[in-house]
Design a protein around this ligand. Sequence first.
Ligand SMILES: [Zn+2]
Length: 106
Amino acid sequence: MVNKQKLADRIRDNAQHADNTDKKRKGSKTGLPKSSSSNSYVAPHRHCLVCQIPIALKRDPSICGEGSCIEEYENRQRQRKRWNILLYVAPAIMVGALVLQLMGSA
Ligand SMILES: [Zn+2]
């Protein structure tokens, strides 16, 4: 398990490096350089929820401008709403059925 050891060492190095270079920032343990002069610098960003393309941080909802992505996003939102309703309605129906049964047998 030489590779694992090496990887652990590298992760520790990166974490230390991040600690030394940027103490004020939170979440600086990724090991990614924070200065834009570095080759592997990655600007703060988020990803489109549908196609995972990098988009601006402030984008809300978190999707790119692509028509298919907007459609897919709205689809998911609708589905989520439906699930939320079902989450409350299903137990309500069960409780209702139970109550009806108890009333019927009494
Ligand atoms: Zn997209």
